[in-house]
Design a protein around this ligand. Sequence first.
Ligand code: ADP
Ligand code: MG
Length: 677
Amino acid sequence: MIDESIQILKGVGAQTSAKFTKLNIFTIKDLIEHFPRNHEDHQNIMPISNIKIDKHNSILARVISTPQLTKKGSLIITTFKVTDDTGTLSIIFFNQPYTRSNFHVGEVYNFYGIVNNKYNTIQMSSPSYKTLSQYNNMPKIVPIYPSTKLLSQTLIRNYIQQALDLVKDEMDEVLPEEIILKYNFLSKKEAICNVHFPTSYDVFMQARHRLIFEELFILQLSLYLLKSDFKVKNQGTVKNIPDDLMCFIDKLPFSLTTAQKRVTNEIIADMQKEEAANRLIQGDVGSGKTVIAAISLFITIRNNFQAALMAPTEVLATQHFKFLNEIFKDFNITIKLLTGSTSKKNKQILLDSLQAGEIDILVGTHALLEDNVVYNNLGLAITDEQHRFGVRQRLKLSQKGISPDILAMTATPIPRTLGLILYGDMDISIIDELPPGRTPIKTNAVNSSYYPRIYNFIRQHIDKGRQCYIICPMVTENEKTDDLKDVISYTKQLASNEFSQYNIEYLHGKMKGREKNDVMTRFANGDIDILVSTTVVEVGVNVPNATIMIIENAERFGLSQLHQLRGRVGRGIHESFCILISDSYNSDTKARLKVMTDTTDGFVIADMDLKLRGSGDFFGTKQHGLPEMKIANIYVHTDILQMVQREVENIMKTKQTRYAELFEYIREKYKYTNPTL
Ligand code: ADP
Ligand code: MG
């Protein structure tokens, strides 16, 4: 019955069910999993003499004045006084003149709402209310549901109660019995009932805890299953270590760091296995991930497979293309570049030779995902800056071959607990070391009174041969955002004043691909001294001679963005600087900027971002394609998530036949959301 339409409920017809559609509720199951946003607490009746100002209070009081209507502008206000013999207060309703007839002098009602003290009158505005007998008969902790204007709380409550009565006895336990026993969890039935209509706060907390645990448990287990199923399904890409691999590595312009060597070995081991590799390489900005990609490409090509390298921006794809051409130049490897601005004619030639197997490595942007990009035998699919892509895109790229190895690279540092969720279907390698000789970037946060000094500072460094980035939040001038710097007019201003002797140019996302590449190339070649840009330079771009990063209106950027932007400097042998300019007095902004000046450690910054925002943009979660959570929040419930991960890891380690039924349930549940299953 749980999977039937909500129309089986009394009072729910086509019209009401259409209203529920707006809340994504179609079945009884959807409805009972529509969890309350919070609860009204009517357990404690507050004497008016003790009333808490600016808080929710529940009172029982007698009406002592006839409700009056007054008009104030377009507002119609209903007011009357009530008392409970310890004190009196005013009840107010706005634009609900009909409420007047609901209250009778001398009768007692329950009122629940926020109390405030205005012009020395204590008043409760727009409270919810009950007659005394309604109050006596109602549950004392009342759920408040996320809703639309179309559905009242009373209706939703009524339908959920009905639905629970119908199905509460047929609710299946998903959690293994030993886990329920170990944690002393409520049964599924008790948990679901008490999360809606708790008999006490204590039991509500227990109910919620168990449901959060269960939701995270299913998610984590599904990801581990995805990972192990992937390995069973994707066999047969064994690659041998080519004879000239060491020769290639020796010819690199630098020797690998210990961390790079470790990760290289992990990848080599992956590639030699029968099952396809599916690995995420996580390393802070500048840790040297590209060369790891190059080594994997080399092994793949030498095993006579083709390979793809996908990057989120044209600028970055072009940069990879050049880097690979440079380091592979003595090794007879054919590399091509495919982006949105590849001409139609060239593209056709390129696609034909790709299909004919004449191209070894295809580097590019999202363009690589198009259906007409067909490989002869794709053996390795790499996505750089994976956090800019979703799971689906990563998989789409890999589906262009017969179980190719998959590598993804990301500079976003993720605490382990979250990594197991966001990349739960992959193995993870971490490059936790920067190449030698880097001096830490010095970061300062200042206000606009520092401009003269900042401009001087930039001039001094350019005169020594260095280059500078200036990041602005806007592309063009906009009257509404008068106080924000924009790339175009700021460049104009600086070019004709402060930096008139220097080469200064701009870059932004609305420019044509070719123009962007042209500017980036000239900046990389040192022909441009100062690059004024939007965040398009945020990902991956590598110009080691650029040593100054100025960020205008720093308050407009999140910590992750600031960290990524700062990572554009400090990539060479020269000392680098990052100057964050902001006139904001906002305490959140100040806290963010302080984190930036205090540390350059990506993990610390990720952690702080979580604490400051408690949300997921940092990791680009929206793009991860994770199923929507009903009650758990992977950023908030990290402690429960850790418990879940311990349990799930144990389950995956023990004899799994015991859990066959559970695994089937989960595979079935995620069949449609996980394209590889
Ligand atoms: P990211 O991890 O941010 O993608 P890159 O791969 O772009 O970093 O590398 C950053 C810079 O460090 C590049 O100029 C690269 O050539 C250089 N690099 C990488 N590995 C080493 C190393 N082991 N020693 C010295 N420089 C290195
Ligand atoms: Mg990179």
